[in-house]
Design a protein around this ligand. Structure first.
Ligand SMILES: Nc1ncnc2c1ncn2[C@@H]1O[C@H](COP(=O)(O)OP(=O)(O)OP(=O)(O)O)[C@@H](O)[C@H]1O
Ligand SMILES: [Mg+2]
Length: 305
């Protein structure tokens, strides 16, 4: 499928691609599988990476040959991939592979040296993180960007406070924050009035993910959301990610642990030395898949390309 014909240029996503009511909600969560034949061991061979699949759906996010150079060194080189609404893609790779740099370019924190980004089929070029947010990109960095000394509901609506007749509508914000957090799966929260610093790491992830879903963001970027969490809390984060997907959000999650990636993503992409070296669908025998992905991460997979 040639996708480029559908795309229209948008000078700055901050102006033209604002979230629309209902966007990202109740979309077809089913997965269209890419081409390729499943090998005998149940592992789909790594296809030509970065190509949209054969379906007629528009990817929520698409990167085309995106590169980033710092001085003379290329941190990211010709990275292409796409994520569909309701799908999660895990980005794996060793330290320094370029994962966070990719996320920062999508979130508007860094500008690509070259290459193109598309959000729901529209070409975008972000001049800032705010512009990316307005285009429907929610980013949850490791420090989560929360204000620990403020309450749950204040953090939930930070920068997007609800007003009635010019005055902060505290009642509505408290109620909507509580409902949204329940919906994402956070049921044991004592009160939305409690300070964020008294929440566990997993609960703080719930707050960040719940906020992205509430504001109908199209793409959710998570940089190692389970890195500092217990097994139990990690399970909860998988649940929150599942709920975001069910609401039609496209999720890009950076992970270090292959087993965890295979549990929460439909697709795993491995980077090495700034390049995407493999893209695999999560299906079939996951133990064989895990071996293949770990081979890609450690470098064995490069011989397959
Ligand atoms: N601002 C910067 N200036 C110069 N070099 C940078 C900058 N940011 C990242 N790099 C380099 O780019 C490469 C990729 O870094 P990046 O942080 O994207 O890797 P990563 O895959 O996220 O690694 P990790 O798993 O350790 O978080 C590294 O070699 C890093 O040193
Ligand atoms: Mg990183």
């Amino acid at each position: 499928m040639v996708v480029s014909d559908q795309h229209t240029e948008t000078a700055d996503a901050g102006e033209g691609v604002g979230p629309t009511p209902g966007a990202g909600v109740a979309q077809d969560g089913s997965l269209a599988l890419g081409g390729g034949v499943v090998a005998d061991d149940g592992v789909r061979p790594a296809p030509v990476v970065g190509q949209p699949d054969a379906s007629t759906r528009t990817p929520a996010l698409e990167l085309r040959k995106v590169s980033k150079r710092f001085g003379v060194a290329w941190a990211v080189r010709d990275v292409s991939f796409c994520i569909y609404p309701g799908e999660a893609m895990a980005l794996l790779g060793d330290n320094g592979a370029g994962k966070s740099t990719v996320v920062k370019m999508i979130s508007g924190a860094l500008s690509p040296t070259s290459g193109e980004l598309y959000v729901t089929g529209k070409k975008v070029r972000f001049s800032s993180s705010q512009a990316a947010r307005r285009a429907g990109i929610a980013t949850v960095y490791q420090d989560l960007g929360l204000v620990p000394t403020m309450s749950v509901w204040r953090n939930f609506f930070l920068g997007a406070e609800l007003r009635t007749k010019g005055r902060l509508d505290v009642r509505r914000m408290r109620w909507e924050a509580e409902e949204s957090l329940k919906e994402i799966g956070l049921r044991n929260l004592r009160s939305v009035d409690q300070n964020v610093m008294r929440m566990s790491g997993g609960e703080q992830q719930a707050l960040s993910i719940g906020r992205a879903v509430h504001f109908e963001q199209k793409v959710l970027l998570l940089d190692e959301p389970t890195a500092a969490l217990s097994v139990k809390e990690t399970e909860k984060v998988f649940e929150y990610i599942g709920r975001a997907k069910a609401r039609g959000v496209a999720v890009l999650v950076i992970m270090h642990n292959t087993a965890q990636a295979l549990r929460c993503a439909e697709k795993v992409v491995v980077m090495r030395h700034g390049r995407v070296i493999s893209e695999r669908r999560v299906e079939g025998d996951t133990s064989a898949l895990m071996e293949a992905v770990n081979g890609d991460i450690s470098g064995v997979g490069e011989s397959l390309q």
